[in-house]
Design a protein around this ligand. Structure first.
Ligand SMILES: O=C(O)CCC(=O)C(=O)O
Ligand SMILES: [Fe+2]
Length: 152
């Protein structure tokens, strides 16, 4: 990613799978879509049914160990539209997920276990930020899939 004019490594691995021609732009990066893998299509279909959604893309994050993380942010990119629905599936190591209101106050912590589905909707991106901090305890790999709908 580009930070203060420098190209630096993000503290995790990332891949973007989406229907053809749906790129994703954030933090001045453009992720070109990788064609769907059968297992991701299967998960997408199940999550679409469960959430009554039309997810057409998934951002895959791989946290290699406890030192990998994602900083405070909202998933509020314009291509997601207003009040986006985001469904987050976790696999592997249990990690803490944090949520806080943009106006301040305490953050809350959710322990995301393997196989769990976290759904963020309504104004959760407009009013809140979330993060996955580094862990002080050693952790094995965690893979997180955030299903999104890119509006055309
Ligand atoms: O790994 C997680 O649980 C969160 C990932 C996330 O916030 C994102 O990809 O936008
Ligand atoms: Fe996010």
């Amino acid at each position: 990613m580009l930070m203060f004019g420098r190209v630096i490594d993000i503290p995790r691995l990332q891949a973007w799978y989406a229907d053809a021609e749906l790129s994703y732009r954030y933090s001045k990066m453009t992720l070109a879509p990788t064609p769907w893998l059968p297992v991701l299509t299967e998960l997408r279909n199940r999550v679409n049914t469960f959430c009554q959604a039309q997810f057409n893309a998934v951002l895959v994050n791989c946290y290699r160990d406890h030192k990998d993380s994602v900083g405070w942010h909202s998933d509020d990119e314009v291509e997601l539209g207003k009040n986006p629905l985001i469904a987050s599936l976790s696999f592997g190591a249990t990690r803490d997920f944090q949520l806080k209101h943009k106006n301040g106050g305490e953050s809350i912590k959710l322990s995301l276990q393997s196989g769990s589905l976290l759904v963020m909707g309504d104004k959760s991106q407009e009013y809140y930020q979330h993060a996955l901090p580094k862990s002080r305890i050693e952790k094995s790999m965690r893979i997180n899939l955030t299903f999104r709908e890119i509006k055309k």
